[in-house]
Design a protein around this ligand. Structure first.
Ligand code: G1P
Length: 289
């Protein structure tokens, strides 16, 4: 079985929910404390053994590619000022990956964004990672999915249970439990009403997929919101080749949402030695005064 070496990160979205912050800055560069969200995601991929990162971009997103490139002036200045550890960090980021970027010329949906990367992925299985979903986990979430892919020899989607109120925000899985955390997917519906939802098991933004998904995507008609939905292609994949829903281990933050973004920032800051204790003390004081 081919090793999973490549990952697609769709980053073409306009980030309108974070305007005006995202007027000139790609939303993927908004930081979790001081680390751009996209870097958190790329670090997860590197820790999962991914060698090739494919960014599916839109206009105004070139700063994301710059973030993973060398910045010689910055490195020279940091060295000249004796800021060795900052220089090491900046250099490490530029050495981590050399992303390939592909333009999605029209916003035709997540399925279309994935299809844009077809030629670069070629005939091998690959990961898709949605950067609005940040997953803090002991074993990187993408690696957990890769391990399930290797175990079952079928595509895998990350799954999580959501409350009734959130069902209509996600792709929802209908299937049957196979073993602990593992579900055989039978149906998948993109953003159903509560009445139409086959379960409370939602797809989180991590997928490991066989290359057959590209042929399916080429045939998919526009679905929810008039967009080419990855979920609709996955429904066909589930029927034709089988698909696993895997309840990953870890904490997922939805940073595409303002409240989720704030919570992720607080959670990340609380974990840090340089900020955690002071932030916790300040929060306690605020909440009790
Ligand atoms: C996308 C997918 C959806 C999935 C979700 C996870 O939706 O279309 O199936 O459940 O990501 O975050 P979006 O949040 O981009 O609307």
């Amino acid at each position: 079985m081919s090793r999973i070496r490549k990952a697609i990160i769709p980053v073409a979205g306009l980030g309108t929910r974070f305007l005006p912050a995202t007027k000139a800055v790609p939303k993927e560069l908004l930081p979790l404390v001081d680390v751009p969200a996209i870097q958190v995601v790329v670090e997860e991929l590197v820790a999962s053994g991914i060698e090739q990162v494919i960014l599916v971009t839109g206009r105004g997103k070139s700063a994301i590619v710059d973030h993973f490139d060398h910045s010689y002036e910055l490195e020279d200045i940091l060295r000249a000022r004796g800021k060795e550890s900052l220089n090491d960090e900046v250099t490490r980021i530029s050495s981590m990956v050399r992303p390939i970027s592909i333009r999605q010329k029209k916003p035709l949906g997540l399925g279309h964004a994935v299809l844009c990367a077809k030629d670069v992925v070629g005939n091998e299985p690959f990961a898709v990672v949605l950067p609005d979903d940040i997953i803090a986990a002991r074993t990187p979430a993408t690696l957990q999915l890769i391990e399930r892919y290797e175990q079952y020899g079928a595509g895998v989607v990350a799954a999580m249970t959501v409350p009734d109120s959130d069902v209509s925000m996600y792709g929802i899985i209908g299937g049957e439990a196979m073993s602990d955390r593992i579900h055989r997917v039978k149906t998948l519906i993109e953003k159903p009403s509560l009445a139409m939802a086959p379960s409370r098991l939602a797809v989180a933004g991590r997928y490991v997929l066989p290359p057959q998904i590209f042929d399916i995507l080429e045939q998919v008609e526009p679905g929810h919101g008039g967009e080419i939905q990855l979920t609709d292609a996955l429904q066909t994949l589930a029927r034709e080749e089988g698909l696993i829903g895997y309840e990953f281990e870890g904490t997922r933050h939805d940073i595409g949402d303002k409240f989720g973004f704030l919570k992720a920032n607080i959670a990340f800051a609380l974990e840090r030695d340089d900020l955690g204790p002071a932030l916790e003390a300040w929060l306690r004081e605020r909440l009790t005064s």
